[in-house]
Design a protein around this ligand. Structure first.
Ligand code: ZN
Length: 260
């Protein structure tokens, strides 16, 4: 049986009912199950982010890529405008004027492109439209994907609470904002995710700062009104996707961060 495509997996991840064969396949196929888990993880992180994510306008080449993939014209538009100049199907050009205005590229071979299997890019576009409509975390794809601005300086090593974990952190200014730059190597395998916290010295008061990236690194904005004298400790926990906003109690590294 062929693997489920991304759209079918996305339906599952979003809680929609896919064709029964898809649900059955995912139960049996570890590859598709893993892909589904990834999609769910992205959605969960989007939904669980307490602070609104900073959305950026994608660079023009992203729109052109999406438009090309969907077979839409992106010429002269900042954003895709489906329908505005869609060609008519099923009827030959009815006037000389039409023929004259149809660019060569569109006149020939376009149908193949339009019928191409929709890909991740198309899914991203669909998710963006859904997200825009629902105002939800589905706009994850448009979240700032530029290289994170790192905090200059030297990090301080954190205490490993798992023998394999090697973490370090520093707090300082990056792009005019206070940020925590944290990196952890030797993370354990998890079906969940790694959350970064600021703690007071008693480890009783916590503020969630965000999550580690897949590479174990993150540069996280720290609001100016957080008193670092009161929260001088950084902690990274393994969290399960169980909907609980609480610290799991399972920490990987913990310690004081360097201040740059
Ligand atoms: Zn599969």
């Amino acid at each position: 049986m062929p693997h489920s495509d991304l759209e079918e997996l996305a339906m599952l991840a979003l809680g929609d009912v896919p064709p029964p064969s898809v649900a059955a396949h995912v139960l049996d196929c570890t590859e598709c199950a893993a892909e589904l888990a990834d999609l769910r993880r992205v959605l969960d992180v989007g939904r669980s982010t307490a602070e609104p994510l900073e959305l950026v306008e994608p660079p023009p080449e992203v729109w052109s890529g999406i438009c090309a993939e969907l077979g839409l014209s992106s010429k002269g538009a900042d954003s895709p405008t489906p329908g505005e100049d869609s060609p008519t199907y099923g009827s030959p050009p009815s006037s000389v004027e039409d023929v004259g205005t149809v660019p060569d590229g569109r006149a020939g071979g376009d149908g193949d492109g339009r019928r191409r299997r929709r890909s991740a890019l198309a899914l991203a576009a669909a998710a963006a439209l859904l997200g825009a409509a629902a105002g939800s975390g589905l706009t994850w794809w448009a979240v700032d994907r530029q290289e994170p601005s790192t905090v200059a300086g030297t990090s301080r090593a954190l205490d490993p609470l798992l023998p394999s974990a090697l973490g370090s952190a520093r707090m300082g200014d990056a792009a005019g904002q206070r940020k925590l730059d944290i990196k952890v190597e030797g993370l354990p395998k998890t079906t969940g995710y790694f959350e970064v916290w600021l703690m007071d010295r008693s480890h009783k008061k916590l503020i969630s700062m965000g999550v580690l990236g897949a590479d174990g690194h993150a540069v996280l904005p720290v609001p100016d009104n957080v008193d670092l004298g009161e929260y001088p400790i950084v902690d990274v926990s393994v969290q399960e996707f169980n909907g609980s906003p609480e610290h799991s109690g399972n920490s990987v590294v913990r310690g004081a961060f360097a201040s740059t």
